[in-house]
Write a protein that binds this ligand. Structure first.
Ligand SMILES: C[S@@+](CC[C@H](N)C(=O)[O-])C[C@H]1O[C@@H](n2cnc3c(N)ncnc32)[C@H](O)[C@@H]1O
Length: 336
Protein backbone atom coordinates (compact mmCIF):
# COMPACT_ATOMS: atom_id res chain seq x y z
CA UNK A 1 0.00 0.00 0.00
CA UNK A 2 1.35 3.42 -0.87
CA UNK A 3 2.09 5.85 1.98
CA UNK A 4 1.03 9.53 1.95
CA UNK A 5 4.69 10.45 1.61
CA UNK A 6 5.02 8.16 -1.44
CA UNK A 7 1.89 9.78 -2.91
CA UNK A 8 3.48 13.20 -2.48
CA UNK A 9 6.69 11.91 -4.04
CA UNK A 10 4.79 10.91 -7.21
CA UNK A 11 4.55 14.61 -8.08
CA UNK A 12 8.30 14.55 -8.55
CA UNK A 13 8.42 11.66 -11.02
CA UNK A 14 7.84 13.66 -14.23
CA UNK A 15 10.26 16.40 -13.20
CA UNK A 16 12.96 13.83 -12.39
CA UNK A 17 12.65 12.54 -15.95
CA UNK A 18 12.67 16.12 -17.34
CA UNK A 19 15.95 16.83 -15.52
CA UNK A 20 17.57 13.76 -17.06
CA UNK A 21 16.11 14.52 -20.49
CA UNK A 22 17.45 18.08 -20.39
CA UNK A 23 20.87 16.85 -19.28
CA UNK A 24 20.97 14.43 -22.22
CA UNK A 25 19.45 16.69 -24.88
CA UNK A 26 21.40 19.83 -23.97
CA UNK A 27 24.67 17.88 -24.08
CA UNK A 28 25.40 18.56 -20.40
CA UNK A 29 26.26 14.94 -19.54
CA UNK A 30 28.74 14.83 -22.42
CA UNK A 31 30.27 18.15 -21.39
CA UNK A 32 30.75 16.89 -17.81
CA UNK A 33 32.33 13.67 -19.04
CA UNK A 34 35.49 15.53 -20.02
CA UNK A 35 36.86 14.74 -16.56
CA UNK A 36 38.38 16.97 -13.92
CA UNK A 37 35.04 18.61 -13.22
CA UNK A 38 33.50 21.66 -14.89
CA UNK A 39 32.31 24.94 -13.39
CA UNK A 40 28.86 26.28 -14.22
CA UNK A 41 30.50 29.03 -16.29
CA UNK A 42 32.56 26.53 -18.31
CA UNK A 43 29.59 24.28 -19.08
CA UNK A 44 27.29 27.21 -19.89
CA UNK A 45 29.89 28.75 -22.21
CA UNK A 46 30.68 25.44 -23.96
CA UNK A 47 27.00 24.83 -24.68
CA UNK A 48 25.94 28.47 -25.26
CA UNK A 49 23.52 28.35 -22.33
CA UNK A 50 22.49 30.91 -19.72
CA UNK A 51 24.82 30.42 -16.69
CA UNK A 52 22.15 30.99 -14.03
CA UNK A 53 19.73 28.47 -15.51
CA UNK A 54 22.55 26.03 -16.25
CA UNK A 55 23.60 26.24 -12.59
CA UNK A 56 20.06 25.47 -11.45
CA UNK A 57 19.94 22.41 -13.69
CA UNK A 58 23.37 21.21 -12.51
CA UNK A 59 22.25 21.53 -8.88
CA UNK A 60 19.06 19.59 -9.64
CA UNK A 61 21.12 16.91 -11.44
CA UNK A 62 23.33 16.71 -8.34
CA UNK A 63 20.30 16.41 -6.03
CA UNK A 64 19.01 13.63 -8.26
CA UNK A 65 22.32 11.76 -8.12
CA UNK A 66 23.23 11.92 -11.80
CA UNK A 67 25.95 14.50 -11.16
CA UNK A 68 28.49 15.22 -8.41
CA UNK A 69 29.44 18.67 -7.10
CA UNK A 70 32.78 19.27 -5.45
CA UNK A 71 34.06 22.77 -4.64
CA UNK A 72 32.04 24.39 -7.42
CA UNK A 73 33.07 21.80 -10.02
CA UNK A 74 30.55 19.34 -11.43
CA UNK A 75 31.28 15.89 -12.79
CA UNK A 76 29.51 12.63 -13.60
CA UNK A 77 29.68 9.76 -11.10
CA UNK A 78 32.22 7.33 -12.58
CA UNK A 79 29.91 4.32 -12.50
CA UNK A 80 27.11 6.24 -14.27
CA UNK A 81 29.15 7.96 -17.00
CA UNK A 82 29.32 4.93 -19.36
CA UNK A 83 25.49 4.70 -19.26
CA UNK A 84 24.79 8.40 -19.77
CA UNK A 85 27.34 9.70 -22.26
CA UNK A 86 26.60 9.61 -25.96
CA UNK A 87 29.72 7.56 -26.66
CA UNK A 88 29.71 5.60 -23.38
CA UNK A 89 30.42 1.87 -23.65
CA UNK A 90 26.96 1.18 -22.20
CA UNK A 91 25.20 4.32 -23.37
CA UNK A 92 21.45 4.25 -22.66
CA UNK A 93 20.93 7.65 -24.29
CA UNK A 94 19.05 6.45 -27.39
CA UNK A 95 17.02 4.00 -25.34
CA UNK A 96 15.94 6.57 -22.76
CA UNK A 97 15.08 9.29 -25.25
CA UNK A 98 13.12 6.92 -27.51
CA UNK A 99 11.23 4.70 -25.10
CA UNK A 100 9.40 7.62 -23.49
CA UNK A 101 7.64 8.28 -26.78
CA UNK A 102 5.95 4.89 -26.42
CA UNK A 103 5.48 4.90 -22.64
CA UNK A 104 4.43 8.45 -21.81
CA UNK A 105 1.09 9.98 -22.67
CA UNK A 106 -1.88 11.88 -21.26
CA UNK A 107 -3.51 9.08 -19.29
CA UNK A 108 -6.57 11.18 -18.35
CA UNK A 109 -7.22 12.01 -21.96
CA UNK A 110 -6.57 8.46 -23.12
CA UNK A 111 -8.98 7.01 -20.55
CA UNK A 112 -11.66 9.60 -21.47
CA UNK A 113 -11.38 9.50 -25.21
CA UNK A 114 -9.14 6.56 -26.09
CA UNK A 115 -6.93 6.74 -29.11
CA UNK A 116 -7.51 3.47 -30.97
CA UNK A 117 -4.60 2.80 -33.26
CA UNK A 118 -2.78 5.88 -31.95
CA UNK A 119 0.90 5.81 -31.14
CA UNK A 120 3.35 3.67 -33.03
CA UNK A 121 2.30 0.34 -34.54
CA UNK A 122 4.73 -2.03 -32.85
CA UNK A 123 3.92 -4.86 -35.24
CA UNK A 124 5.18 -2.88 -38.23
CA UNK A 125 8.67 -3.36 -39.70
CA UNK A 126 9.01 0.45 -39.98
CA UNK A 127 8.57 0.87 -36.22
CA UNK A 128 11.40 -1.57 -35.50
CA UNK A 129 13.55 0.01 -38.18
CA UNK A 130 13.17 3.35 -36.35
CA UNK A 131 13.84 1.66 -32.99
CA UNK A 132 17.15 0.09 -34.02
CA UNK A 133 19.40 2.56 -32.15
CA UNK A 134 17.25 2.36 -29.06
CA UNK A 135 17.29 -1.46 -29.06
CA UNK A 136 21.05 -1.54 -29.58
CA UNK A 137 21.40 0.84 -26.61
CA UNK A 138 19.23 -1.49 -24.52
CA UNK A 139 21.40 -4.44 -25.49
CA UNK A 140 24.61 -2.49 -24.80
CA UNK A 141 23.45 -1.34 -21.36
CA UNK A 142 21.81 -4.47 -19.97
CA UNK A 143 19.91 -6.67 -22.45
CA UNK A 144 22.82 -8.75 -23.77
CA UNK A 145 24.29 -9.35 -20.33
CA UNK A 146 20.90 -10.49 -19.01
CA UNK A 147 20.35 -12.84 -21.96
CA UNK A 148 23.82 -14.33 -21.52
CA UNK A 149 23.25 -14.98 -17.83
CA UNK A 150 20.02 -16.90 -18.57
CA UNK A 151 21.58 -18.88 -21.43
CA UNK A 152 24.71 -19.74 -19.44
CA UNK A 153 22.50 -21.15 -16.71
CA UNK A 154 21.12 -23.86 -19.04
CA UNK A 155 22.62 -27.32 -18.33
CA UNK A 156 22.79 -27.84 -22.11
CA UNK A 157 24.72 -24.59 -22.69
CA UNK A 158 28.27 -25.98 -22.60
CA UNK A 159 27.58 -28.22 -25.58
CA UNK A 160 25.21 -25.91 -27.50
CA UNK A 161 26.74 -25.13 -30.89
CA UNK A 162 23.86 -24.07 -33.14
CA UNK A 163 21.85 -21.15 -31.77
CA UNK A 164 18.99 -19.08 -33.18
CA UNK A 165 18.12 -15.62 -31.79
CA UNK A 166 14.51 -15.12 -32.91
CA UNK A 167 13.57 -11.42 -33.25
CA UNK A 168 17.10 -10.45 -32.24
CA UNK A 169 16.86 -6.64 -32.52
CA UNK A 170 20.64 -6.25 -32.91
CA UNK A 171 23.81 -8.22 -33.55
CA UNK A 172 25.13 -7.82 -30.01
CA UNK A 173 23.96 -11.08 -28.44
CA UNK A 174 24.94 -13.05 -31.56
CA UNK A 175 28.45 -11.57 -31.50
CA UNK A 176 28.87 -12.30 -27.81
CA UNK A 177 27.71 -15.89 -28.36
CA UNK A 178 29.85 -16.46 -31.42
CA UNK A 179 32.90 -15.18 -29.55
CA UNK A 180 32.59 -17.46 -26.53
CA UNK A 181 33.45 -21.15 -26.20
CA UNK A 182 32.81 -23.67 -27.63
CA UNK A 183 34.76 -22.49 -30.66
CA UNK A 184 32.95 -22.85 -33.95
CA UNK A 185 29.58 -21.95 -32.52
CA UNK A 186 27.12 -21.16 -35.34
CA UNK A 187 24.76 -18.34 -34.45
CA UNK A 188 21.77 -17.32 -36.57
CA UNK A 189 19.61 -14.23 -36.06
CA UNK A 190 16.17 -13.88 -37.56
CA UNK A 191 14.46 -10.50 -37.79
CA UNK A 192 12.21 -8.43 -40.03
CA UNK A 193 13.92 -7.35 -43.26
CA UNK A 194 14.79 -3.72 -42.36
CA UNK A 195 16.22 -4.78 -39.00
CA UNK A 196 17.97 -7.79 -40.56
CA UNK A 197 19.69 -5.47 -43.06
CA UNK A 198 20.89 -3.25 -40.23
CA UNK A 199 22.18 -6.29 -38.36
CA UNK A 200 24.01 -7.52 -41.47
CA UNK A 201 25.71 -4.13 -41.93
CA UNK A 202 26.62 -3.91 -38.25
CA UNK A 203 28.13 -7.41 -38.42
CA UNK A 204 30.20 -6.42 -41.44
CA UNK A 205 31.42 -3.26 -39.63
CA UNK A 206 32.06 -5.01 -36.32
CA UNK A 207 35.68 -5.41 -35.26
CA UNK A 208 34.81 -9.12 -35.06
CA UNK A 209 33.55 -8.97 -38.67
CA UNK A 210 36.24 -11.28 -39.98
CA UNK A 211 36.16 -13.49 -36.88
CA UNK A 212 33.16 -14.00 -34.65
CA UNK A 213 30.90 -11.90 -36.91
CA UNK A 214 31.69 -14.17 -39.83
CA UNK A 215 30.04 -17.05 -37.99
CA UNK A 216 26.72 -15.22 -37.68
CA UNK A 217 24.02 -15.99 -40.25
CA UNK A 218 21.13 -13.58 -40.78
CA UNK A 219 17.63 -14.65 -41.86
CA UNK A 220 15.55 -11.68 -43.03
CA UNK A 221 11.85 -12.36 -42.66
CA UNK A 222 8.68 -12.40 -40.62
CA UNK A 223 8.76 -15.30 -38.15
CA UNK A 224 5.09 -15.88 -38.89
CA UNK A 225 6.00 -16.91 -42.40
CA UNK A 226 9.69 -17.56 -43.01
CA UNK A 227 11.34 -20.98 -42.37
CA UNK A 228 13.58 -20.86 -39.28
CA UNK A 229 16.33 -23.04 -40.77
CA UNK A 230 18.10 -25.32 -38.32
CA UNK A 231 18.39 -27.73 -36.69
CA UNK A 232 19.41 -25.72 -33.60
CA UNK A 233 20.53 -26.73 -30.13
CA UNK A 234 19.06 -23.57 -28.57
CA UNK A 235 16.44 -21.09 -29.78
CA UNK A 236 16.27 -17.83 -27.80
CA UNK A 237 13.12 -15.69 -28.17
CA UNK A 238 13.14 -12.57 -25.96
CA UNK A 239 10.37 -9.95 -25.89
CA UNK A 240 9.33 -10.74 -29.43
CA UNK A 241 6.54 -13.35 -29.31
CA UNK A 242 3.92 -10.56 -29.00
CA UNK A 243 4.17 -10.31 -32.76
CA UNK A 244 3.20 -13.93 -33.39
CA UNK A 245 -0.09 -13.85 -35.28
CA UNK A 246 -0.64 -17.46 -34.18
CA UNK A 247 1.52 -18.17 -31.13
CA UNK A 248 0.95 -21.93 -31.39
CA UNK A 249 2.12 -21.96 -35.01
CA UNK A 250 5.31 -20.00 -34.24
CA UNK A 251 6.13 -22.25 -31.26
CA UNK A 252 5.48 -25.35 -33.36
CA UNK A 253 7.85 -24.01 -36.02
CA UNK A 254 10.43 -23.45 -33.27
CA UNK A 255 10.02 -27.03 -31.99
CA UNK A 256 10.44 -28.40 -35.50
CA UNK A 257 13.62 -26.32 -35.95
CA UNK A 258 15.23 -27.80 -32.81
CA UNK A 259 17.57 -30.78 -32.84
CA UNK A 260 16.87 -33.76 -30.55
CA UNK A 261 17.80 -32.64 -27.04
CA UNK A 262 17.35 -28.99 -28.13
CA UNK A 263 15.99 -26.20 -25.94
CA UNK A 264 13.62 -23.32 -26.66
CA UNK A 265 13.88 -20.38 -24.25
CA UNK A 266 11.18 -17.73 -24.17
CA UNK A 267 12.05 -14.61 -22.17
CA UNK A 268 9.07 -12.34 -21.56
CA UNK A 269 7.30 -10.58 -18.70
CA UNK A 270 4.65 -12.62 -16.92
CA UNK A 271 1.82 -10.39 -15.74
CA UNK A 272 -0.35 -11.65 -12.88
CA UNK A 273 -3.59 -13.26 -14.09
CA UNK A 274 -5.56 -10.10 -13.12
CA UNK A 275 -2.93 -7.92 -14.90
CA UNK A 276 -2.18 -5.78 -11.82
CA UNK A 277 1.52 -6.62 -11.50
CA UNK A 278 4.46 -6.55 -11.68
CA UNK A 279 4.31 -2.76 -11.37
CA UNK A 280 7.17 -2.06 -13.86
CA UNK A 281 5.42 -3.83 -16.72
CA UNK A 282 1.82 -2.81 -15.96
CA UNK A 283 2.74 0.86 -15.66
CA UNK A 284 5.32 0.89 -18.44
CA UNK A 285 2.78 -0.56 -20.88
CA UNK A 286 -0.29 1.38 -19.75
CA UNK A 287 -0.18 4.04 -22.47
CA UNK A 288 0.24 1.58 -25.38
CA UNK A 289 -2.50 -0.54 -23.77
CA UNK A 290 -4.86 2.44 -23.60
CA UNK A 291 -4.19 2.90 -27.31
CA UNK A 292 -5.34 -0.64 -27.88
CA UNK A 293 -1.88 -2.12 -28.18
CA UNK A 294 -1.58 -4.41 -25.15
CA UNK A 295 0.94 -7.04 -26.02
CA UNK A 296 1.95 -8.32 -22.55
CA UNK A 297 1.77 -12.03 -21.74
CA UNK A 298 0.38 -13.15 -18.41
CA UNK A 299 2.12 -15.65 -16.17
CA UNK A 300 1.84 -19.19 -17.54
CA UNK A 301 0.49 -18.15 -20.94
CA UNK A 302 3.62 -18.98 -22.91
CA UNK A 303 4.27 -22.19 -20.93
CA UNK A 304 0.76 -23.40 -21.75
CA UNK A 305 1.21 -22.52 -25.43
CA UNK A 306 4.54 -24.39 -25.47
CA UNK A 307 2.90 -27.54 -24.09
CA UNK A 308 0.14 -27.24 -26.69
CA UNK A 309 2.79 -26.87 -29.38
CA UNK A 310 4.09 -30.32 -28.45
CA UNK A 311 6.94 -29.65 -26.00
CA UNK A 312 6.63 -32.41 -23.39
CA UNK A 313 8.71 -30.60 -20.75
CA UNK A 314 8.41 -26.90 -19.90
CA UNK A 315 10.07 -25.23 -16.88
CA UNK A 316 9.23 -21.66 -15.91
CA UNK A 317 11.84 -19.69 -14.00
CA UNK A 318 11.46 -16.14 -12.64
CA UNK A 319 14.44 -13.89 -13.48
CA UNK A 320 15.15 -10.55 -11.79
CA UNK A 321 16.58 -8.04 -14.28
CA UNK A 322 17.46 -4.32 -14.29
CA UNK A 323 14.33 -3.84 -16.45
CA UNK A 324 11.95 -5.63 -14.08
CA UNK A 325 10.98 -9.17 -13.19
CA UNK A 326 10.90 -11.50 -16.18
CA UNK A 327 9.89 -15.09 -16.85
CA UNK A 328 12.07 -17.64 -18.66
CA UNK A 329 9.98 -20.48 -20.07
CA UNK A 330 12.34 -23.28 -21.00
CA UNK A 331 10.95 -26.01 -23.26
CA UNK A 332 12.92 -29.12 -24.14
CA UNK A 333 12.77 -31.57 -27.02
CA UNK A 334 13.70 -35.00 -25.60
CA UNK A 335 17.06 -36.48 -26.64
CA UNK A 336 16.85 -39.39 -29.12
C1 LIG B 1 11.20 -5.74 -28.28
S1 LIG B 1 12.32 -6.18 -29.52
C2 LIG B 1 13.22 -7.47 -28.71
C3 LIG B 1 14.61 -7.60 -29.25
C4 LIG B 1 15.50 -8.60 -28.51
N1 LIG B 1 15.01 -9.96 -28.68
C5 LIG B 1 15.60 -8.28 -27.05
O1 LIG B 1 15.39 -9.15 -26.20
O2 LIG B 1 15.90 -7.12 -26.72
C6 LIG B 1 11.32 -7.07 -30.70
C7 LIG B 1 12.12 -7.59 -31.88
O3 LIG B 1 11.28 -8.49 -32.61
C8 LIG B 1 11.39 -8.18 -34.00
N2 LIG B 1 10.13 -8.58 -34.66
C9 LIG B 1 8.91 -8.02 -34.50
N3 LIG B 1 8.01 -8.67 -35.25
C10 LIG B 1 8.68 -9.67 -35.92
C11 LIG B 1 8.30 -10.66 -36.84
N4 LIG B 1 7.02 -10.76 -37.24
N5 LIG B 1 9.24 -11.49 -37.34
C12 LIG B 1 10.55 -11.37 -36.94
N6 LIG B 1 10.96 -10.45 -36.03
C13 LIG B 1 10.05 -9.61 -35.52
C14 LIG B 1 11.62 -6.68 -34.03
O4 LIG B 1 12.17 -6.26 -35.26
C15 LIG B 1 12.57 -6.52 -32.84
O5 LIG B 1 13.88 -6.74 -33.24
Amino acid sequence: MMTPSALFDLIQAPIRWEILRAALELGIVDDLADGGGRTVAETAAALSLDPRRTGLLLNAMTALGICRADGGRYSLPEDLAPYLCRDGARSMRDLLLTIVRVRHGDVTDLVRQGDPGGGPDMASPAFWDRSADSLRAFHRAMGTETALSVLRGLPEWASARRILDLGAGSERLALALAAEAPAGRAVTVLDLPPMADRIRSALARSPHGGGAGAGVQVIAGDFNAVPFGGPYDVIWAAMTLYFARDLGAVLTAARQALASGGVFVSFHEGLSEDRTGPETHVIGRLVPSLRGRDPSFHHGQIAAALRQAGFPQVDSVPVETPFGPMQADIARVPPP
